[in-house]
Design a protein around this ligand. Structure first.
Ligand code: HEM
Length: 194
């Protein structure tokens, strides 16, 4: 009989789904601010974008506090160990029904590719996106203090990272369907156990 193990703790599931909801709202409202879609109207989209952005700051501070207090940052330490097998699996093994080479456990939740992707996302893209968003929001105050003169490059960086996050989300949604069953990974992030 297969044993199930808690992989994603309660708080982790809370922050994942909280962050996912906010990021989806930020993407949709951001696309409307750029006139790419039309949904809530420009004014409501701007307000929703600002509110979701500040709520995201709060959740991200909670996530990083938890990474340190629960010693979880170790899960994201990059490692080349087993990388070749994982790349071979995604390029070939997955199409011929091979088993995933990485054994998931509470101590090692992520395979080497996930470690790299989540490290880049959570420790580089998310902080940069929040910092560029805050700089854009508080530009008049920062300019009055003489800290920054131009905001164009900040807006361009903010938009570039938004598109990188949309690309992450597309790959993320594809990869989570590659568990033992189509919904195994989704079930793990909903119930905690795999
Ligand atoms: C609504 C769409 C989403 C779904 C259905 C979803 C689903 C999942 C699932 C099933 C996992 C576990 C995957 C695994 O076992 O490898 C996971 C992990 C993760 N997802 Fe998502 N996700 C979504 C959106 C997002 C968004 C928008 C972000 C961030 C911007 C995100 C960031 C992450 C991160 C960082 C992890 C690793 C969690 C950890 O540290 O334990 N996800 N997601």
């Amino acid at each position: 009989m297969k044993k199930s193990e808690v992989i994603f703790k309660k708080f982790e599931r809370f922050w994942h789904w909280g962050q996912a909801l906010l990021v989806l709202l930020l993407i949709v409202s951001g696309l409307e601010i750029h006139s790419i879609i039309s949904l809530f109207g420009f004014e409501l989209s701007t307000n929703l974008h600002d509110i979701a952005g500040f709520l995201w700051v709060i959740i991200v501070i909670m996530i990083f506090t938890w990474f340190v207090s629960a010693d979880q940052w170790r899960q994201f330490r990059p490692s080349r160990h087993g990388m070749d097998a994982v790349i071979r699996y995604y390029l070939y093994g997955v199409f011929v029904g091979e088993k995933h080479p990485h054994k998931v456990s509470a101590q090692s939740k992520f395979n080497p590719l996930q470690r790299m992707a989540y490290l880049g996302l959570l420790f580089i893209l998310v902080p940069l996106q929040i910092l560029s968003g805050l700089t854009y929001f508080f530009f008049p105050e920062l300019k009055a203090l003489g800290l920054i003169q131009q905001v164009d490059w900040v807006a361009q960086l903010h938009t570039l990272i938004a598109y990188l996050m949309i690309a992450f989300l597309i790959v993320h949604l594809y990869l989570i369907t590659l568990g033992e069953k189509l919904t195994s990974h989704l079930k793990a992030m909903l119930t905690g156990s795999e």
